[in-house]
Design a protein around this ligand. Sequence first.
Ligand code: BGP
Length: 477
Amino acid sequence: MTNTLFPEGFLWGGATAANQVEGGFNEGNKGPNMADVLPGGKERLKVLKQADFDFEPKPGTHYPNHEAIDFYHRYKEDIALFAEMGFKVFRMSIAWSRIFPKGTEKEPNEEGLAFYDRVFDELHKHNIEPVVTISHYEMPLHLVKEYGGWKSREVIGFFDQYVQALFNRFKNKVKYWMTFNEINSAMHFPIMSMGFTINDGNDKYQELFQAFHHQFVASSMAVKHARKIMPEAEIGCMIIAAPIYSYDSNPENVLYALQEEQRFNYFAGDVHVRGEYPAFIQRFFEENNVKLDIREGDLELIRDYTVDYVGLSYYMSITQKKNKEDAETAAGNLLEGVKNPFLKASDWGWEIDATGLRIILNKLYDRYQVPLFVVENGLGAYDKVEEDGSIQDDYRIDYLRTHILAMGEAVQDGVELMGYTSWGCIDLVSMSSGEYSKRYGFIYVDKHDDGSGTQERRKKKSFDWYKQVIETNGAAL
Ligand code: BGP
């Protein structure tokens, strides 16, 4: 292969999550889950930021995740298209509520397990290796409503039996696993990964970090089971990686950006990879009166069962300034920050920064010295179907090309990178906006924000482009 920046065996592919693609929300004995009660459209973001959301379905509301893109019934067709692009891996998640409909049952739901058996078999038929996220913004609604999600220590036990059910069943079919999707997203929206909303009251940090602790223990337990049940498997954590820049060279701003970076990018990774709570977070706990309830054996478990790799999503960098009053805010970004004058933003206001990917990969690898895996990256954009039926998504190709190049440069910098799974390789329901029209895919799905559409699949221009990227191991961009 000529001039590729990527190592042999690089794991090219695409990524999805159960709740955003499957649909079939009440089929196969699946129980209701957290994502099933998130409304679509403008209401979605409000709910994510809301402190008193009740997780009750409201009559007359459109819930896009109920049908999503019907992967539950169309997975064979979709996997054949992934295979046509040459995917080596496919990142997907398992819906906890398909395996344990309420979360508390003693035995797993056979129909749920059988569905994923069929998906894994289909992938293997096409020589595609699954990469499985155990918990991706989805948990049984019963655990959310009755236990307050991850606030409750009891949820560790329910998660533990879910994990064991998965490992025992799929140990010969899945080699790559991740525990919690974007675990650090809870710093801002705990609802998605932790199943509760947060008040700005005095106990805000107490609840949040206690829930983190429960997830860290649960994640280490999963690693422990993996070592025993499937020693050949690789199991990682998964974080949102967003380099935090200082707005200028004022040392006060530089320090502020550093502290934000520690809390956002490093806290969760440090616990998962280094096996301990970093000093900066212990200081933060002291200053904010956070007293974690840590039980006997928790810290040993966290120390002894660290992850094999760090999975990460990358969408944007964040620019920070201590005093934001005299600066324009970057309103669309996931973290509150200020506008970076050097960057353009997507239609949803997410600042686009390919170089930032090279920067954060270097930073994470310098810090952890374990393999990294970019398991999400992509451009959410409006697509137009032309009269001849084609979709000319050159903007998506440009975005992906620059990010893949930046990633290749990071590999040349010495970063050990396992692979790249582009987010939403097939159009799906957006998490933050609950829309279909925020499209990421190489494959267009005829489905619209009002719920109309045939679910027909159609290749975009980027489909053939990505096929060629994979064919040449990243040489032809
Ligand atoms: C990540 C999530 C995904 C996905 C992606 C794009 O935060 O892990 O589930 O949704 O972001 O975000 P959005 O769908 O809001 O555009």
